[in-house]
Design a protein around this ligand. Structure first.
Ligand code: 13P
Ligand code: SF4
Length: 306
């Protein structure tokens, strides 16, 4: 069944000159069929560079929207357009406008997990792979409005000197499920293991980690690490790639509860339908896209920190 679906998808993909981009949290069978699998920053860069005519985005809405903003002349489709990011939905353009009015001297850094409208109201975007580098690149302001993830914001603040941070009350419900006691339990069971966690985790969890990294940062760490065992504090979908690319190493999820339901909505069947019918197409109004693009491109120029 999987082979048959995969075969039909591959056939249509080459017929339509399409590329499949998938986030590291997608189902294993989606990752296996994708042309590129990566974190938010890697996917943005891949979208901006592809020569394909059609981008099929397997991830959550803000990611496909970012690809469309970067590649306005290409058709970007999502097999499951209802896959949203609850954290991205925690802030609105109006809310950000109000916060900016309260802090007129501040620069706005928005996490890529945000809508096109919020990006359009921001000075620069960031991802979990470059938030510290992005904030350090801001030389003309001491105040930083960081939206919407307060935990990524707090982690970034702990690594940056001489800036005052203003946070938004946003968070990832999936990473919130990882608790300090989960890490402590895993550490007690696997004392030789290294602990890597995502900066969306609460500060009590990042405090227990050996490394705080983006999902692609974790992939790179796992490849290079001397440790044979790694405890992974992020969404469980990342374990697919970690295990596939490091057969000699053992990976333990910090918590089996850390699953993002939206990331799992995309299936092979939906991917095939979306390629057949070329839907659902992502549309971003041009004026918003142009302003959002400036914030994303500033971030891409800065590159990775992990
Ligand atoms: P990464 O950019 O690290 O892959 O994170 C994306 C995300 O949504 C984490 O929850
Ligand atoms: Fe959004 Fe969290 Fe899911 Fe990432 S894991 S897409 S931040 S809800």
């Amino acid at each position: 069944m999987i082979e048959e679906l995969a075969g039909r998808i591959a056939e249509l993909k080459s017929k339509k000159n399409a590329v499949i981009l998938a986030h590291n949290y997608q189902r294993g069978e989606i990752q296996d069929i994708a042309d590129f699998v990566g974190d938010s920053l890697g996917l943005s860069i891949a979208a901006s560079k592809t020569k394909a005519k059609l981008i099929v985005f397997c991830g959550v809405y803000f990611m496909a929207e970012t690809a469309k903003i970067l590649d306005p002349d290409k058709k970007v489709i999502m097999p499951e357009v209802n896959a949203g990011c609850p954290m991205a939905d925690m802030i609105t353009a109006e809310g950000l406008k109000k916060l900016k009015a309260e802090h007129p001297q501040a620069r706005v850094v928005c996490y890529v997990n945000s809508s096109a409208e919020v990006k359009a109201g921001s000075d620069i975007c960031c991802t979990s792979a470059n938030a510290v580098k992005v904030v350090n690149s801001i030389k003309d302001a001491d105040e930083i409005i960081f939206v919407p993830d307060k935990y990524l914001g707090m982690y970034t603040q702990s690594k940056v000197k001489g800036k005052k941070f203003i946070f938004w009350e946003g968070y990832c419900p999936t990473h919130m499920r990882i608790l300090p006691r989960d890490i402590e339990k895993q550490k007690a069971e696997h004392p030789a293991a290294k602990v890597v966690v995502h900066p969306e985790c609460r500060p009590e969890v990042t405090a227990l980690a050996d490394e705080v990294l983006s999902t692609e940062g974790m992939i790179n760490f796992a490849k290079k690490a001397e440790a044979r065992e790694i405890i992974v504090g992020t969404e469980v979908g990342l374990l697919h790639r970690l295990r596939k690319e490091n057969p000699g190493k053992t990976f333990y999820p910090a918590s089996d509860l850390a699953t993002c339901p939206n990331m799992k909505l995309t299936t092979l069947e939906k991917l095939l339908w979306s390629l057949e019918e070329e839907r659902t197409e992502i549309i971003v109004p041009q004026a918003i896209a142009d302003r959002a693009r400036a914030a994303i491109q500033r971030m891409i120029e800065i590159g990775r920190q992990d």
